[in-house]
Write a protein that binds this ligand. Structure first.
Ligand code: HEC
Ligand code: HEC
Ligand code: HEC
Ligand code: HEC
Ligand code: HEC
Ligand code: HEC
Ligand code: HEC
Ligand code: HEC
Ligand code: HEC
Ligand code: HEC
Ligand code: HEC
Ligand code: HEC
Ligand code: HEC
Length: 433
């Protein structure tokens, strides 16, 4: 259709053109139009397809010697398609504001654009730059607004060429491949624009808000859970926050995790964390260097006992467990963490010959130690993650600031200890009480 129009225009206007060119172009006055790289084909049709001469004595200036053949706002539609009513219109296009962006005559840029940097044209009417937003999107910096927007009309809101995510995949092809990974974030299958700003942002990687707030936008229940919890995993309010453990888009692992199982936790807990009021142990060292590991740690996962985000128990534990040296008594409910896996009779029964091996004859020494005084905590005798002694017996017990050696020994049918200043204690399961 276009080429037909062109050839018709070319044939019927050859003679007229010769005259026009002599007057307007070859006279040395307006020949600069012909020196540009791209010349509007309408010029072949003659200057008078757009300009009417209303005074004879051009080029002697006596005022406005030419007027446009149509109103400036409708002139271009004389030959170009009218806006398509089915599409959303750019006011600048539908209103016939063509010459803010296009030269009517010729230009060195494609599509007769007045600037190679399309962004400069748009900046006449739109100010999308925000000086506070230091992170800018590549194509915006390059002035390629038209990589994402139709300048005239579009089937999509905001004059977009396509909707997100397809719009984004056009350039970010690796991101499209992520859709094939085993775990894909439901948000990622939605719209990239839920998390990213298209033009610029205050935050790295063009995210719309700081993490974790970005995540709480949708995971609002988690936000309130974390706000009200007794213990929050400190990392959530530090550094990379949520994305120190989760990938935002998709992953090879379950739950979008950066690494799975213990490996995730060991990326950080392979060192001590010292702060003013406490030192958190290097769990990686305890677990890998101990001769005896708690089987729950060895063949299980850290999250069998710990929550990863927040908890109403000390040390992020996922069930009740006493803090410090004392427990408040031999009530299994105080230790529900341990008795999720172990039989609580080991603590409940005062006398037993089966429920625990920590007994002297039928005297349950678990019960004895834990019911006495304020009640001992399990951690006085057991190193929960691992130790160098059988039954994960601790090497020392804290006595104030002093780490008192426990000197536990396993003996036939029992064991012995010699904590600090005390004499040697022994228990013997075969003993007759
Ligand atoms: C497709 C329509 C069209 C054709 C063909 C056309 N012009 Fe124009 N011309 C315009 C429009 C529209 C303007 C006003 C531009 C504006 O207001 O920014 C204009 C403006 C001008 C001006 C004023 C200065 C300027 O550049 O804005 C001159 C001079 C001019 N034209 C000369 C010519 C000559 C000579 C020809 C033939 C070689 C020609 N025009 C062909 C549409 C056309
Ligand atoms: C007399 C008819 C006519 C008028 C009036 C006219 N054009 Fe054109 N225009 C053409 C023809 C013919 C072509 C070449 C075929 C095509 O691309 O559609 C063209 C092509 C174009 C192109 C594409 C150039 C390229 O290199 O891709 C642009 C942009 C353009 N016109 C803008 C305008 C603007 C802006 C106006 C109004 C100021 C206008 N046209 C008025 C006939 C016209
Ligand atoms: C806001 C700036 C802007 C306005 C206003 C505008 N255009 Fe365009 N136009 C462009 C850009 C940018 C391109 C190049 C598109 C691309 O390649 O992505 C273009 C391309 C074109 C083309 C060639 C490609 C095509 O779509 O056929 C024509 C013809 C054209 N415009 C005509 C017009 C006419 C006629 C008007 C007024 C009714 C107009 N334009 C108004 C920016 C504009
Ligand atoms: C001559 C002035 C003018 C120019 C130049 C211009 N625009 Fe617009 N644009 C408008 C007006 C007017 C509106 C409608 C009012 C508004 O939403 O701000 C608009 C609206 C828009 C919208 C929102 C559309 C919607 O659906 O809400 C987008 C996106 C847009 N323009 C992109 C561009 C791009 C990209 C460029 C450069 C290629 C550009 N504009 C150049 C005047 C202009
Ligand atoms: C990478 C794609 C992309 C590029 C490049 C881009 N935009 Fe946008 N733009 C968008 C998207 C997506 C939206 C819709 C945002 C939304 O839905 O929140 C938008 C919205 C807009 C809007 C309307 C809403 C607003 O923010 O005011 C305007 C105007 C606009 N863009 C202008 C521009 C201009 C001007 C440029 C070039 C300097 C540009 N855009 C470059 C993707 C882009
Ligand atoms: C026209 C191509 C193009 C389109 C379309 C596009 N981008 Fe980009 N994007 C780029 C380029 C180029 C960069 C800069 C890459 C760099 O600096 O390494 C970039 C960078 C980014 C970055 C920051 C990456 C970094 O390393 O800082 C994010 C996030 C991003 N784009 C998201 C999007 C989203 C979301 C969309 C869809 C709304 C989108 N992009 C559409 C070309 C594009
Ligand atoms: C749930 C929020 C969220 C969604 C949805 C999302 N992103 Fe991201 N994206 C992020 C975060 C957070 C980062 C920064 C990651 C980092 O710092 O390691 C990022 C980083 C990026 C980067 C730069 C780093 C990289 O991985 O290459 C690109 C490009 C990107 N996103 C593109 C996209 C595209 C395209 C989509 C839509 C298909 C999308 N994003 C959807 C949150 C999101
Ligand atoms: C636009 C909404 C939205 C945003 C923003 C968002 N998410 Fe999600 N996310 C969802 C939806 C929907 C699901 C699936 C339902 C559910 O588990 O709640 C989900 C699920 C998840 C899952 C579980 C995935 C699985 O397969 O088990 C994780 C982990 C997650 N999001 C982390 C994040 C992180 C980290 C951020 C911030 C970088 C974030 N989300 C931001 C909507 C969002
Ligand atoms: C220390 C690592 C770590 C951090 C930091 C972290 N998560 Fe998780 N997250 C996990 C692990 C591990 C799981 C799997 C837990 C499970 O299966 O019980 C998980 C599960 C999830 C789930 C799915 C199950 C559920 O609990 O709903 C969502 C959603 C989630 N995380 C979002 C977030 C958000 C949002 C943030 C930031 C506020 C965040 N995570 C911070 C490690 C972490
Ligand atoms: C990205 C680093 C990082 C990862 C991964 C990580 N943590 Fe942490 N964790 C920390 C930081 C930082 C603290 C706070 C240290 C401090 O108090 O100075 C902490 C504290 C803890 C605490 C003590 C909580 C308290 O305040 O009482 C426990 C328990 C814990 N983490 C368990 C885990 C578990 C289980 C995992 C794996 C699911 C894990 N962590 C993964 C960084 C991390
Ligand atoms: C069988 C349950 C259980 C498992 C499995 C477990 N923990 Fe613990 N963890 C505890 C208990 C109970 C405490 C609190 C008592 C203590 O400090 O020994 C604790 C305390 C901690 C502390 C604070 C230590 C300190 O300095 O006192 C960190 C950090 C920790 N665990 C990380 C981990 C990591 C990492 C893993 C996985 C390798 C893991 N835990 C597996 C039960 C468990
Ligand atoms: C997720 C399950 C699980 C939890 C929770 C758990 N354990 Fe264990 N624990 C085991 C398994 C499995 C074994 C190895 C089999 C056995 O001896 O019962 C074990 C073994 C032990 C042993 C060594 C037994 C021996 O004779 O070698 C001690 C001591 C122990 N656990 C103490 C605790 C304490 C204290 C708690 C609470 C802080 C606890 N466990 C929480 C699963 C768990
Ligand atoms: C006073 C030190 C001491 C305290 C306190 C203590 N234990 Fe023990 N526990 C032992 C000794 C010693 C053994 C090894 C018995 C044997 O096999 O000779 C043992 C064995 C165990 C076993 C292996 C099964 C069994 O009963 O023989 C489990 C499980 C266990 N303890 C859990 C706990 C839990 C849970 C707590 C806290 C409620 C706790 N222990 C408190 C010293 C203690």
């Amino acid at each position: 259709m276009k080429s037909l129009l062109i050839s018709i225009l070319l044939t019927i206007t050859i003679s007229l053109n010769a005259q026009n060119e002599l007057n307007c172009l070859s006279s040395g006055c307006h020949d600069s139009y012909m020196k540009a790289e791209n010349i509007h084909l309408a010029i072949e049709d003659g200057c008078d397809s757009c300009h009417d001469q209303n005074f004879e004595n051009h080029p002697k200036r006596v005022g406005n010697e030419f007027e446009l053949t149509s109103d400036l706002n409708t002139l271009c539609f004389d030959c170009h398609d009218e806006p398509d009513e089915k599409l959303m219109q750019h006011e600048a296009f539908a209103g016939g504001d063509c010459v803010t962006c296009h030269s009517p005559h010729s230009s060195d840029n494609i599509s007769l654009l007045k600037s190679e940097d399309v962004g400069e044209l748009c900046a006449d009417c739109h100010d999308i730059d925000n000086e506070e937003n230091m992170i800018k999107h590549g194509p915006v910096v390059a002035g390629q607004c038209n990589a994402c927007h139709e300048p005239h009309q579009s089937a999509f809101a905001n004059l977009l060429k396509e909707e997100s995510p397809q719009l984004c995949f056009n350039c970010h092809t690796d991101n499209k491949k992520m859709l094939n990974l085993p775990t894909v974030h439901a948000a990622y299958e939605g719209s990239c624009l839920d998390c990213h700003a298209p033009h610029n942002s205050k935050y790295k990687f063009l995210v719309k808000d700081e993490i974790p707030n970005l995540c709480y936008d949708c995971h609002d229940d988690m936000g309130s859970e974390i706000d009200t919890a007794m213990v929050v995993h400190k990392i959530i309010n530090q550094d990379k926050s949520c994305i120190s453990c989760h990938l935002p888009h998709a992953s090879e692992t379950s739950t979008l995790l950066v690494k799975e199982g213990k490996e995730l936790c060991f990326t950080c807990h392979n060192k001590e964390y010292k702060s003013e009021d406490r030192t958190l142990k290097n769990i990686y060292k305890i677990v890998t260097k101990s001769k005896v590991q708690h089987e729950a740690v060895e063949s299980g996962e850290c999250i069998d006992c710990h929550f990863s985000h927040a908890s109403n128990n000390y040390y992020l534990l996922n069930a009740k467990f006493p803090f410090g040296s004392y427990s408040g008594g031999a009530d299994p409910d105080n230790f529900s963490l341990c008795f999720e896996c172990h039989d609580s009779d080991a603590l409940r029964l005062e006398k037993t010959t089966t429920a625990t091996n920590f007994r002297d004859g039928d005297e349950n020494l678990h019960y004895l130690h834990i019911s006495k005084n304020k009640g001992r905590n399990c951690t006085l005798c057991h190193s929960v993650h691992g130790s160098n002694q059988p039954h994960i017996i601790a090497k020392t017990v804290p006595f104030g600031k002093w780490q008192m050696p426990l000197k536990y020994k396993e003996i036939e049918n029992g064991g012995s200890c010699a904590p600090g200043c005390h004499a040697l204690y022994k228990y013997d399961r075969e003993k007759d009480n």
